[in-house]
Design a protein around this ligand. Structure first.
Ligand code: ZN
Length: 185
């Protein structure tokens, strides 16, 4: 496994709509293993293939353990993910992004959603998630459509710079959609 470089918005791949995966062969397996290692090394709670400059519809999500949520504390690999159903109810929460270092903001997301997609070997899968886990999935799903969390913030008061020192200190809780108010990781 290799830690890959996480690209920033100056690289146009981050803004492309990623392609559907059709081949579940060796190069996809290597990509997924590298994405898991890259996410953990960052550290982050999620990563989408476009963030490592691969324009394919692949995401990895690893929400920290939360004893109130049985969907937390697990590693998810979803290929060709799609939202099947999303709650009308929305919730604001703090997000950051490994591809947009130095910034955090308040983003409104669906409270719960049902997703479908395929596992790393092409087998269909379906997931029901809510709260923080649902937030991470929505953040990563946006990435495969070329959307960044900053695009979803219209009120300039809801986005703020995070000084590098503070970012290092805040560490994981500001990376990839981790909400500060929940004090995760
Ligand atoms: Zn991100």
């Amino acid at each position: 496994m290799t830690i890959r470089e996480i690209i920033q918005p100056d690289n146009p791949v981050l803004r492309q709509k990623a392609k559907k995966v059709g081949n579940f062969g060796k190069s996809l397996q290597t990509l997924i293993d590298d994405m898991i290692e890259t996410m953990r090394a960052a550290p982050g709670v999620g990563l989408a293939a476009p963030q490592v400059a691969v324009s394919q519809r692949v995401i990895v999500v690893e929400p920290p353990q939360d004893e109130d949520d049985p969907m937390s504390g697990k590693l998810y690999v979803v290929v060709n993910p799609e939202i099947v159903r999303a709650s009308k109810e929305m919730e604001e929460g703090v997000e950051g992004c490994l591809s947009v270092p130095g910034w955090a903001g308040m983003v409104s997301r669906h409270v719960s959603l049902t997703l479908k997609g395929q596992d790393r070997y092409g087998k269909p899968l379906r997931l029901k998630v809510h709260g923080y886990v649902a937030r991470i999935f929505q953040h990563e799903l946006d990435h495969i459509d070329g959307i960044l969390f900053i695009d979803r913030i219209t009120d300039p008061e809801k986005i703020w710079p995070v000084p590098p020192a503070e970012e290092a200190e805040a560490g994981e809780k500001l990376e990839e959609a981790a909400p500060v108010e929940q004090g995760m990781r």
